[in-house]
Design a protein around this ligand. Sequence first.
Ligand SMILES: [Zn+2]
Length: 237
Amino acid sequence: MGSFFNVVLFRFNTGRSIIRGRSKCVICQSTIRWFDLLPVLSHFILEGRCRNCKKKISSAYPIMEISTATALLLLFLNAPDTSFPTVLNASIVLLFVLIVFFDIRYFIIPDKILIAAAIPTTAIMLTSPNAVLPNLLISGLGLATFFAILFIVSRGKWIGFGDVKLILIMGLLLGYPLGFFAVMSSIWAAAIFSILLLVTGRANLKTQIPFGSFLAITTIIFVIFNHELQEISRYFY
Ligand SMILES: [Zn+2]
């Protein structure tokens, strides 16, 4: 899955098919041979270089593969079964890993990924107990409305519209209070990250931050540790 996500990410808007066409070195255009296509391993065996031209290959590839594997592994360690809810959560986690990398690389969250994420989200909502459904709907719409207003007032400077759509999905998925905690944690994490960048001189006040990546990472953590976080939040309410 992580290797496939690399193809989706790096062929985005290049006109190349994500299912057809062999992987090539971006520098010398030589086709990468089948035995050099092992996820993560090939990168280390080849010491991060193309076998043909010896130029460096982006470490984003193994990072994507390791992140995808880690997220899925944590999910299955926490819910070691192949029940319908676990499969739905796994598809959410996978799509959100992809969102993390898309927002870092392009500062956008493609609608296609959001629509794909809306499918398991709807299934999770419809299979949740009837008493929970109004909570999920109100949380999603409430959070999305608040951030849509921020988007309109700031003319897209404080938050992107992709983030608003992502927050809608987060609210529908996690409800109250977890959805609100997730969004707040993302804001805090993004703020601390921005301050660190400013203090270390790696950014100025105009530097764009991939806020959607923070939202997506938080959502992954909240989906994986949903049960534990529910327990903690119950302690406070
Ligand atoms: Zn090459």
